[in-house]
Write a protein that binds this ligand. Structure first.
Ligand SMILES: Cc1cc2nc3c(=O)[nH]c(=O)nc-3n(C[C@H](O)[C@H](O)[C@H](O)COP(=O)(O)OP(=O)(O)OC[C@H]3O[C@@H](n4cnc5c(N)ncnc54)[C@H](O)[C@@H]3O)c2cc1C
Length: 475
């Protein structure tokens, strides 16, 4: 017997579970199917983000940051530590506990919102009158029928051709988040967000980290001035980054991994490491969906083809998050999930892609929203720029972290804020003010005229706004 629902969501990552909750709030009967298993084989909703992405990486970044502070910076505050030790097994166990709290939290939210959860793989069977029949296989076997289907199956790490992840020596994000002890030498292929965050964790704990990047520029998507500032800080920390490399043969055995590569000058090089993290992008998860059975259109990357409003090629089938175009970010997936649930209810869900903030949780943190200076130049937009260094901010001095700056870009004629870029302490939190300002189409003068608490890092955002008009007060 098939169980019938108004809305069925496949995938309980941030795109899927949020879409399911919003649809239930709007009065629909909702099912959500997810196949992720915890170590005991039970359900672990939350997707990549909760299990092997945003949450566990931030847990490890926090632990390793505490260690680095105790090791290198406590002395500046007059605190001496002797016998400092790192228990990596405990750090990993704490991270696992944080993940479990989030898994359990989502199961609780499903119950609270009356979303029926099915643990197993969801796949299309056939179109039926007024909807689609889906099969749940695996932990639970069920047949479900839904009037509207939201596909939120996410993405998985891309492996180098011919070099599969063994999660022992050659690691994806999954293995990188559960390395048993601190490797002496760690190699990283790819200097994107995930690679830099993982490299930071193990560098802080004592690993010698080398990053090999194929692109000739460091953090190409980031505002050039900000990327340069970040690079300076990473160099100082001892993170080795080689740009413009071409990776060749990779050999892995019990002793470790050797990577043959050609450097930017065309010279043959070899990197010998204990572990290698490969972080070269992610592949949309569409293989288990049986998309062919219903004729769901995929592009040549295997991503589900959608329009601006997340409608797929099939009526009543939507797709959100990493499995579709656009930035692979949890909050982008969530926004799309909410917007789709609202569209199904006949409302006007909306996602402004220009206002999706980006964050890299290294130290210094890097965060931005809107356009970079190089994008404005390429688009021929006339703009004014203002920067303010944390070096001149009282709170940053008190924190002992004065690296970086806030940079604001505003339209030369209207003064509307077009982009805000932060490299420095708590950039991930500071960027929220910029998102709010830009959502209300604020001018730099608006921010400059708003009273900001003293002493706070946020005063740097106000000062960057003043700098747009060449009238900083503290620099
Ligand atoms: C190491 C790392 C760190 C990251 N850090 C951040 C960060 O700090 N901030 C940020 O915004 N983003 C971060 N991301 C990216 C973020 O995790 C993803 O953008 C986000 O998880 C995408 O959400 P989603 O719902 O589209 O898919 P996912 O989170 O991938 O969830 C998809 C779910 O669907 C399930 N599934 C797939 N196929 C089926 C099927 N056929 N049937 C049933 N279930 C299925 C999967 O098992 C999974 O549970 C990080 C990613 C990684 C790898």
């Amino acid at each position: 017997m098939s169980k019938n629902f108004d809305v069925i969501v496949i995938g309980a990552g941030p795109g899927g579970y949020i879409a399911a909750i919003r649809a239930a709030q709007l009065g629909f009967s909702v099912a959500c199917i997810d196949e992720w298993k915890n170590a005991a084989g039970g359900p672990a909703p939350g997707g990549t983000c909760t299990n092997v992405g945003c949450i566990p990486s931030k847990a490890l970044l926090q632990s390793s940051e505490h260690y680095e502070h105790a090791n290198k910076h406590f002395a500046d505050h007059g605190i001496s530590v002797s016998g400092l030790k790192m228990d990596s097994a405990k750090m990993i166990a704490r991270k696992d506990a944080v993940v479990k709290q989030n898994n359990d939290g989502i199961l609780y939210l499903f119950k609270k919102n009356k979303v029926s959860f099915f643990h197993g793989r969801g796949s299309f069977v056939k179109p039926v009158e007024g909807g689609y029949e889906l099969a749940v296989t695996g932990a639970q076997a069920e047949t479900l029928t839904g009037k509207q289907i939201i596909v939120a199956t996410g993405s998985s790490a891309r492996a180098l051709p011919g070099v599969p992840f063994d999660e022992e020596n050659v690691l994806s994000n999954d293995g990188a988040l559960r390395i048993g002890g601190v490797p002496k030498k760690l190699g990283l292929i790819g200097s994107g967000v995930i690679g830099l965050e993982m490299g930071s964790v193990w560098r802080r704990l004592g690993a010698e980290v080398t990053v090999l990047e194929a692109m000739p520029t460091f953090l190409g998507a980031v505002d050039e001035q900000i990327a340069k500032e970040a690079r300076k800080a990473f160099d100082k920390q001892g993170l080795k980054v080689e740009l413009g490399v071409k990776v060749g043969e990779i050999k892995s055995d019990k002793k470790g991994v050797s990577v043959a590569y050609t450097n930017a000058k065309g010279e043959a090089q070899a990197l010998e490491v204990d572990k290698l993290i490969v972080s070269i992008g992610r592949v949309p998860n569409t293989t288990g969906l049986n998309a062919e059975a219903v004729g769901l259109k995929l592009d040549d990357r295997g991503a589900i083809v959608v329009d601006d409003e997340c409608r797929t090629s099939l009526p009543g089938v939507w797709a959100v998050g990493d499995v579709v175009r656009g930035p692979m970010l949890a909050h982008k997936a969530e926004e799309e999930g909410v917007a789709v649930a609202e569209r199904i209810a006949g409302q006007h869900g909306h996602v402004d892609f220009n206002l999706v903030p980006w964050v890299i949780y290294t130290s210094p943190e890097i965060a931005w929203v809107g356009k970079t200076e190089q994008q404005l130049k390429a688009d021929g937009v006339k703009y004014k720029a203002g920067t303010f260094p944390f070096l001149a901010n009282g709170r940053a001095r008190a924190l002992g972290d004065t690296t970086g700056m806030v940079k604001m870009l505003a339209d030369a004629a209207t003064d509307e804020i077009l982009g805000v870029h932060v490299v420095g302490p708590m950039a991930s939190e500071l960027i929220a003010e910029a998102c709010v300002a830009m959502a209300f189409r604020a001018s730099s003068e608006d921010i400059a005229r708003i009273c900001h608490a003293h002493p706070s890092l946020s005063e740097s955002t106000k000062e960057a706004a003043l700098a747009v008009d060449k009238r900083t007060l503290n620099f």
